[in-house]
Design a binder for this molecule. Structure first.
Ligand code: SF4
Length: 432
């Protein structure tokens, strides 16, 4: 049976799809990438903003079209869309053979095994990776307790639930035995791990336990919340060699008026304090952030504060998004909604600012020798693409290099050319 699993959305959805596919894995199943050549298509959806829901519906309708042409037999839909709109979907899309709103993807896998008359998988692997075999995401919790006023995720995923450290360590050991050398910690708020159980050092303990897994080389933190970055976590960067000098720290905004209106539970001063501590205490840390422009009530002064903040802090990595009023969120009911053109102009202004900053930062890398993990060969120039410890997969800079290298291995590379979002280098030696 040919099964095509389409994963939309964030790395947390990737992990969910990997649990699901591991449960379906058996010698009567072949996983393929082409939906039009599959017997069964499973679509793991994202729904946290309108464009994501539109993409999910489009993908489902493409599968429905293939089914109407007799090219595929079954369609199943999982993830955030059925978690939000199960009844509507079942009514509107009867061509779909099943919608699964469960959060537990192992359970969905077992249900689908029965539904597809497959033998239950004898596969002992917890996950069937969708990422290249040398890096994997480790999802450490489900849900979120932060309740930012523009966000639908708590309505989709519920309250914060930290996953047991023992379970995560077992999973990490299995992944590393399978060839993973870089683990990327993901959650809605990674830094809140254990807090709902009153344990504010749970993330530090988890990282130290993960670091004991011998063949694991890099541990990376994504989705940290500035209100939950503890001093001890900052210290850990200097104590735990395997922890990449990198933190993804979505800030969203810096104007106190907007931060309050967003319900971000943190004010400008405290955000600046966290960044100053990271900069002062962790030499050459790369801070990635995410900003939102066009939030209701964001006037010229608020936006000027945000631009100044970007110029002052000089983030190593930055993404910026336009506010989208999500129905059912308090922010969607706010007065002073901003027009689309203004949102677009502000987004472009921030990206232009960051483009120059990124270029200057990369120029300082010229002549430096850094550790690079090789991700994959590139189509052109017989070269390979890799990343430094300051770059997360798919969202940050690439290092392009040629020579006898192997995916998943780490090499010492001397940087000899840079652009805003790309580096080029010469391989010196294999590290491991
Ligand atoms: S931290 Fe805020 S934006 Fe992020 S998932 Fe939680 S509620 Fe949503």
């Amino acid at each position: 049976m040919k099964i095509c699993v389409i994963t939309l959305g964030c790395p947390k959805n990737v992990v969910d799809s990997e649990y699901l596919t591991a449960r379906l894995l058996n010698d009567k199943v072949e996983f393929i990438d082409r939906a039009d050549q599959a017997d069964v298509v499973i679509i793991n959806t994202c729904a946290f903003i309108l464009p994501a829901r539109e993409e999910a519906i489009e993908t489902i309708l493409e599968a429905v079209n293939l089914k109407s042409q007799g090219k595929i037999k079954r369609i199943y839909v999982t993830g955030c869309l059925p978690q939000l709109y199960l009844d509507e979907l079942q009514t509107e899309l009867p061509e779909v053979d099943g919608f699964f709103a469960q959060l537990d993807f192992n359970q969905i896998g077992r249900k689908l095994t029965r539904e597809l008359n497959l033998e239950s998988s004898k596969n002992s692997q917890k996950r069937f990776l969708q990422t290249p075999g040398h890096y994997a995401y480790l999802k450490i919790s489900e849900g979120c307790d932060n309740r930012c006023f523009y966000c639908t995720i708590p309505r989709i995923k519920g309250n914060y639930q930290s996953w047991a450290r023992t379970h995560l360590i077992d999973e990490a050991k299995q992944l590393v035995d399978g060839g993973v050398r870089e683990l990327i910690l993901v959650a809605q708020d990674t830094t809140y791990y254990g807090w709902e159980k009153g344990n504010r050092h749970a993330l530090i303990n988890l990282i130290n336990s993960l670091a004991k897994v011998e063949q694991l080389k890099w541990i990376r933190i994504l989705y940290a919340h500035p209100a939950h970055v503890e001093d001890k976590l900052i210290q850990l960067y200097n104590e735990q060699e395997k922890l990449c000098r990198y933190i993804d720290l979505p800030i969203q905004h810096i104007s106190n008026k907007i931060l309050k209106s967003m319900g971000r539970q943190i004010a400008e001063n405290d955000i600046r304090k966290v960044i100053a501590k990271l900069r002062n205490q962790v030499p050459n840390i790369a801070i990635r952030t995410t900003l939102m422009v066009g939030y209701p009530g964001e006037d010229e002064e608020d936006f000027r504060l945000l631009k100044n903040f970007v110029s002052q802090v000089q983030f190593e990595r930055l993404g910026v998004f336009k506010f989208i009023p999500e129905s059912g969120t308090p922010a969607a009911r706010l007065p002073d909604q901003i027009d689309e053109q203004t949102k677009e102009d502000r987004l472009q202004e921030i990206m232009e600012l960051q483009y120059d900053i990124a270029g200057q930062k990369n120029q300082k890398m010229l002549g430096q020798t850094v550790a690079v993990i090789i991700d994959e060969p590139e189509e052109k120039n017989a070269s390979f693409a890799g990343r430094t410890q300051w770059d997360s997969p798919l969202i940050d800079n690439l290092v392009h290099l040629s020579g006898e290298v192997e995916a998943g291995k780490f090499y010492n590379v001397t940087i000899n050319r840079t652009e805003e979002y790309d580096l080029w280098g010469k391989v010196n030696s294999l590290i491991y």
